[in-house]
Design a protein around this ligand. Structure first.
Ligand code: PEP
Ligand code: MG
Length: 917
């Protein structure tokens, strides 16, 4: 049997490179992209990737290497040594490597990089010889002990970077060195001795002098970090499922800390916050990788590179920009690259799709496909097709364009107390907290609580708190710091590097310009400008909402609106199904239509029963002793309902409107408290006892499975009569108005389980509708259909379609009844189910395609066997969930229906499903 391949080689030449960017699942994102860059002959330091499958094996077996892995690693290591002409741990000519984690999806929760692996007391001397720079040699060794101690041994021993940092500060003080770079080789050598002691104190073993042991421990640390709490949390928040594990990248070291012609940096081909197409980045001269992200020295901006003292930087800058443009074109996605310059020679250490906000995502997509800057009109290379642009977006990206921003006037009046880097756009208003755990706890206690997390800097352990907070404010770190990158990925408001913050974690205070702010004080962040304000600045709707919903002419000129419009147009040109909305009022109907809704898929009539005095009419109906009294009560509702329908038909002129007959159990309309019951008795002129008795009668053990839906109208046909009169009455009235409205009413009967239920009510509906039409003399075409929301209805859809002219899948109830999970009580056990991975996600948010989806498919198939032109749609909450929408396209539905603000998202998802085919 052929043995499984666990260890891959990349670099040196295309021929020697194994793998490419299509192998992310096995090589991880980093490994796959390094191979891809090597294939494209880009300057990549050669290396080895251990596959994610090896990690999966390690996790499954509680820490065993996969058979053959070590042997394969040995072979590949040899290949690397031969090609580099160096040997790991060699006292004369040592090979140094970095060890890095890299899953298929980039995950800040996992192990950080270890650099300079292979250095020992002996090999450091050879390395000094090799690079001809004693200072560089000892600097690399002390960094290695620090990183190895913190990253590899830290999780088991409590050793941290801080333990080493204290010693670094002490030696700097001792020798009056201002910067790390001021320390001499001798002083760094002394520091190495101190670091080794720090290591031994905590780890209780000397610092390992065998490079193979160093490598082995590092590989185990990378594999182990996959299952760490913070990595698990990150995956949970970001809904990352189904990955095997992380790969391990063992890369030949190149050195950015070799003096003025060396350096290291990170760069983005476009701005991940605003989406601006200008490359941006940061670098440090005479430094190694971690210095840039750690915020120890303030990095320099990419634009400054050509003006550096040493001439080499001008060419490096040109080369880097060329490579970045090439990578962006190649990957058809803006890239986030890491690079190192060793004595004037540029090396690419990593490339990956850049993290971005929703705004940046939309801007990238439209600009890369139109070849035009939406803000300045300047042209730029066309990199994507219209379809590729749509596929690069997610529903959340579009959703972010609808997020609030600060009210402009209020912000002008606000007092800027400090400013930092605009790392994640949008507006955030909340109470100050200093610990991620406090942010999480506050929101867990009260979901409406708004907090802003204020810290020196964030680390992967803070992701839970960052997620819970409205925004994040840090005093150190640049645009590529942890806080910035994570927040941007989520589209969360974030300001970094606000240097004037003086945070006292113990006292839980932050001092800004002499003023002390305590935990719990309000603060407002503008993540698009970097400005920080004291107090609460009111927010205002996004330009898209202002242009679309309010029709504001000025907002229509806003580039953000124009980009939204472009994406929407492309979505409509590509999608194959309709998008309707769930709306119950003329106002919501109008808003939904301006977001592109092509009709109403669900008008829940019961929502109209609560407004104003109407609740008293329905309560009168509930208390009525006989049909006559019930009819009298309903007559009061009729005129209100008819008026509402008139407004809705007008808003949806020319488009179909599906109105559902009353659905919820009647107990939802009566009060529970004694006080309210007394008021009800008084208002309706009946004794209190009558009210309390009726309320008791309406009590059900399982109201969701009780007297609701079509069952109500079967018991009280006068309900169905009144509602049909209101719907068709309204339709006839607006259809014959001076300015006639084109009406397409669809009357929908809820919660059908048998054909007989539908037949019973269909007859009443048709009789009443025909009577109204005859009386008004207006020819209105209408349909009578049903919801498919009980499994039995899906199973007998062929019979039901004999009567029903359309089906609308009510996947809220269908999910409830298929799983047997109460939709109102799932919160009590869902967290456990998600934690234990018993459910992949909340089935009320994301359609369970295997189970509930099966019933949808069956319903469509059986229904159309009876009635080939049967119109089928979905009106459960899933109608606005992108993945569920894609399923609906595949299942052959004619439309999805969702809440007004989700309409743009559903349009995009429908287009993506059609493009994917
Ligand atoms: C459904 O059950 O999916 C539905 C749309 O109806 P409701 O949520 O009103 O029960
Ligand atoms: Mg329902």
């Amino acid at each position: 049997m052929a043995q499984k391949k666990y260890v891959y080689f990349y670099g040196v030449s295309k021929e020697l490179t194994e793998g490419d960017s299509s192998m992310k699942a096995i090589l991880g994102g980093k490994g796959a992209n390094l191979a891809e860059m090597a294939n494209a002959n880009l300057p990549v330091p050669p290396g080895i990737t251990i596959s994610t499958e090896a990690c999966a094996y390690y996790s499954k077996t509680g820490g065993k290497y996969a058979p053959e892995m070590e042997k394969q690693l040995k072979v590949q290591l040899k290949k690397l040594e031969v090609n580099m002409g160096k040997k790991l741990g060699d006292p004369k000519n040592p090979l140094l490597v970095s060890v890095r984690s890299g899953a298929a999806v980039s995950m800040p929760g996992m192990m950080d990089t270890v650099l300079n692996l292979g250095l020992t007391d002996k090999s450091v001397l050879g390395f000094v010889e090799q690079c001809g720079n004693e200072r560089t040699g000892w600097d690399c060794y002390r960094r290695f002990i620090d990183m190895f101690g913190d990253v590899v041994m830290g999780p088991y021993t409590g050793l941290t970077h801080h333990d080493f940092e204290v010693e670094l500060e002490a030696i700097k003080k001792k020798y009056r060195a201002k910067e790390d770079t001021d320390l001499t080789a001798e002083q760094l050598k002394e520091l190495v001795g101190i670091y080794k002691k720090v290591y031994q104190n905590k780890v209780k073993k000397p610092f390992p002098q065998d490079p193979i042991e160093q490598l082995d421990l590092s590989i185990r640390a990378v594999f182990g970090s996959w299952g760490s709490e913070r990595a698990e949390k990150y995956r949970q928040i970001n809904k990352i499922n189904g990955l095997l594990g992380t790969a391990v990248n063992i890369c030949t070291m190149v050195f950015g800390n070799m003096g003025a012609k060396s350096g290291t940096g990170v760069a983005f081909t476009r701005d991940g916050g605003t989406g601006h197409s200008k490359p941006m980045g940061e670098y440090l001269i005479d430094a190694q990788g971690e210095d840039v992200v750690a915020g120890i020295r303030t990095p320099r901006h990419l634009d400054d590179m050509p003006d550096e003292e040493s001439k080499v930087w001008k060419k490096v800058h040109t080369d880097l920009l060329k490579i970045m443009a090439r990578l962006e074109k190649h990957y058809k996605y803006p890239q986030d690259v890491e690079f190192t310059v060793q004595e004037g020679k540029l090396f690419m250490l990593q490339t990956r799709n850049a993290k971005r906000t929703g705004l940046a995502g939309v801007r990238w997509a439209v600009e890369m496909a139109t070849g035009k800057d939406f803000y300045t009109g300047e042209s730029q290379p066309k990199i994507l097709t219209q379809k590729e642009a749509l596929m690069s977006l997610s529903g959340e990206d579009l959703e972010q364009l609808l997020f609030p921003i600060f009210d402009i006037i209020a912000e002008k009046k606000g007092k800027v107390i400090t400013a930092g880097l605009p790392a994640g756009p949008g507006a955030a208003v909340g109470k100050i907290v200093f610990e991620a755990a406090d942010a999480e706890a506050a929101v867990a206690k009260n979901a409406d609580e708004k907090v802003v997390l204020v810290r020196h800097e964030t680390s992967p352990e803070d992701v839970g708190g960052m997620w819970a907070a409205q925004g994040v404010l840090t005093s150190t770190g640049g645009m590529t710091s942890h806080a910035a990158v994570v927040a941007r990925g989520w589209g969360k408001c974030c300001i970094c590097g606000a240097g004037s913050l003086k945070i006292d974690y113990k006292e839980k205070t932050v001092t800004i310009a002499g003023k002390v702010y305590k935990q719990g004080d309000w603060i407002s962040l503008n993540g698009s400008t970097g400005n920080v304000y004291a107090g609460q600045i009111p927010t205002q709707v996004s330009p898209v909402v202002s242009a679309v919903v309010d029709g504001k002419a000025s907002a229509k000129k806003d580039p953000i609106y124009k980009m939204y419009e472009q994406v929407s147009k492309w979505s409509d040109a590509n999608r194959t199904i309709n998008v309707r909305t769930n709306a119950d009022t003329p106002k919501d109907s109008k808003a939904a239509r301006s977001f592109g809704a092509e009709g109403i898929g669900l008008c829940r009539t019961e929502h109209m029963f609560f407004e104003g005095d109407r609740i008293w009419a329905i309560r009168e109906f509930i208390l009525a002793e006989d049909q006559k009294a019930r009819k009298a009560a309903l007559a009061k509702l009729l005129k209100h309902q008819q008026k509402d329908f008139e407004g809705i038909f007008k808003a949806m002129d020319g488009l179909p409107v599906t109105v559902r007959l009353l659905d919820p159990p009647l107990h939802e309309f009566v009060p529970n408290s004694k006080k309210d019951q007394q008021e009800m008795a008084k208002r309706l002129g009946v004794p209190l006892k009558k009210v309390t008795e009726r309320v008791q009668e309406l009590h059900e053990f399982n109201p969701m499975l009780g007297h609701r839906g079509c069952r109500l109208s079967i018991t009280f046909p006068e309900l169905c009569v009144m509602q049909t009169q209101a719907i068709i009455g309204a339709a006839c009235k607006v259809a014959k108005a001076k300015k006639p409205v084109k009406v397409l009413p669809e009357i929908m009967i809820p919660l059908i389980g048998t054909k007989a239920e539908l037949d019973f009510l269909e007859k009443i509906v048709r009789t009443q509708a025909e009577a109204v039409i005859a009386k008004t003399g207006v020819k209105v075409n209408y349909l009578v259909g049903t919801m498919i929301e009980i499994p039995r209805a899906a199973l007998t859809a062929d019979e039901i379609a004999e009567t029903a002219e359309f089906f609308s899948f009510g996947t809220n109830d269908l999910t409830q009844m298929t799983f047997g999970y109460s939709r109102d009580d799932i919160g009590t056990f869902l967290p456990d189910y998600l934690n234990e991975k018993i459910l992949p996600s909340d089935p009320f948010q994301h359609l369970d395609q295997t189970g509930v989806g099966q019933l949808v498919k069956m319903g469509v198939k059986l229904g159309r066997e009876t009635r080939p032109d049967l119109k089928c749609g979905i009106c459960g909450e899933h109608g606005g969930d992108p993945e569920s929408v894609k399923f609906c396209v595949k299942a052959g539905l004619n439309y999805v229906s969702c809440s007004p603000y989700r309409v743009p998202i559903a349009r995009l998802a429908a287009a993506q499903a059609a493009i994917k085919g």
